[in-house]
Ligand binder design. Structure first.
Ligand SMILES: Cc1ncc(COP(=O)(O)O)c(C=O)c1O
Length: 421
């Protein structure tokens, strides 16, 4: 372990992104590996919220809509377009991922461009599958839920064969929330196009950590959240992306006044906005948007290629350390074999995972406190948010994980039943 720790410290010294961790509030834990569920609070966000609340809401009141707020969703959309390299005018920011997925999939279905097959798979986030199944039931479309031989990765042959024989709208999580499986996005988009289908990508676990280039990867439709690697804060507004080639004929199935061409003329008739802003519904959540702008700017400043490169190196380093130190003591790696196919986080399992996580959180003599993610029944997700996670953090965590099992520290813990696991 000493050699790994020395190596980690060396890598941290050479890390061009190392100083970014200072931009975040440290929090109550020495090491935070939960960035793939909720990113850290940027220090600048505190002042930004204060200004939004005190000076804008408090002092300027309703005038703030014209002076500051109406432009905010558009600025966020433009930042997001830059981050995911989407064409200008293809991103909308607002609401939750769930709602955006509903609007996008239903909008595509109602456009009648595709056969009425809605496909998803078991690697997808369960809530996405609830939504897709619900749309299928409401619209009389056929719902297909693909099962693969393992939960670790997609069976691409099976997926492609399914699309070829059941063309339509497919929804996939770009990076799977459990195993971190990162789909070959371009390859599948090309396949979908050749088979009269479209893939709606849920980028929640990829955005801000994987080097996604919507144009190069031929991504035509996507949604995603911003409270994970983009550090937008709890319940931060999500985003929706629809390529301009599809905007004709794909409307917002929830016709609200903010999707109207002229919302403040209060027309009796609904006239849909011609831009991507048609996917808006009601009043934007300004305080959350103000927070998100700070998170987005930090990622843009660091540069997504640098973040993604560091993340790949860290994931490799972590996996090697896990293989060397933990596999002999009943931990298992729950991730794809190929580094190419892993995005953002590393999942490991252990029969005593729940109690192990409780010990990690408490810290111990000579061990820093570590906050990872626990997913039932026995999964420990180590989210490597490379903007503020160091190589040393990873080795300290592996060292602690080893000590907990070797010394059976987990036996002293009464596992807690939290509502959020
Ligand atoms: C991959 C993925 N999709 C969708 C969601 C749901 O997002 P929201 O709660 O913003 O609707 C989550 C939430 O964690 C997620 O991880």
């Amino acid at each position: 372990m000493k050699a790994l720790l020395d190596q980690a410290r060396l890598l941290d010294q050479e890390d061009e992104l190392a100083s970014f961790s200072k931009q975040f509030v440290p929090g109550n834990y020495d090491i935070y590996l939960d960035g793939n569920s909720l990113g850290k609070l940027p220090k600048k966000t505190i002042d930004r919220i204060k200004t939004t609340v005190e000076q804008q809401w408090g002092a300027q009141l309703i005038n703030s809509w014209n002076a500051h707020w109406l432009e905010l969703p558009k600025r966020l959309a433009s930042d997001m377009e830059q981050l995911i390299r989407a064409q200008q005018g293809t991103v909308y920011v607002g609401e939750s991922t769930s709602l955006n997925l509903y609007k996008l999939v239903l909008g595509l279905l109602l456009s009648n461009r595709y056969d009425k097959n809605l496909t998803t798979d078991l690697l997808n986030f369960p809530s996405d599958n609830y939504i897709i199944e619900g749309i299928a039931q409401q619209q009389g479309a056929t719902f297909h839920l693909l099962h693969y031989p393992t939960f670790l990765e997609a069976d691409l042959q099976l997926l492609k064969a399914h699309i070829a024989s059941n063309p339509g709208i497919v929804c996939l999580s770009m990076v799977s929330f459990k195993s971190a499986y990162y789909y070959p996005v371009k390859e599948l988009n090309d396949w979908a196009k050749d088979h009269q289908s479209i893939i709606v990508w849920d980028m929640s676990h990829a955005v801000g950590i994987c080097d996604v280039d919507c144009q190069k990867m031929e991504i035509k439709a996507a949604v995603g959240c911003t409270y994970k690697y983009l550090n937008g804060g709890p319940g931060a507004p999500a985003f929706l992306m629809l390529d301009s080639e599809f905007q004709d004929g794909v409307g917002n199935p929830i016709q609200g006044w903010f999707g109207h061409q002229k919302p403040f003329e209060f027309d009796l008739e609904y006239v849909e906005d011609s831009s991507i802003d048609r996917f808006a519904n009601g009043t934007p959540s300004i305080i959350s948007m103000a927070a998100l702008e700070i998170g987005l700017k930090i990622s843009l400043e660091a540069g997504i290629s640098s973040i993604a490169n560091k993340n790949k190196r860290q994931i490799q380093f972590l996996i090697e350390a896990v293989k060397k130190e933990l596999l002999a003591i009943d931990y298992e790696l729950v991730c794809p074999n190929s580094m190419e196919r892993i995005g953002g986080h590393v999942s490991i399992s252990h029969p005593h995972a729940k109690a192990i996580v409780e010990v990690l959180k408490s810290g111990a003599n000579n061990h820093p406190s570590v906050l990872p993610d626990f997913r039932p029944p026995n999964l420990i997700r180590l989210g490597v948010a490379s903007l503020y996670v160091s190589y040393e953090d990873l080795i300290q965590t592996v060292t602690f994980l080893k000590t907990i099992v070797v010394t059976k520290m987990y036996k002293n813990v009464k596992a807690q039943n939290h509502i959020v696991p």
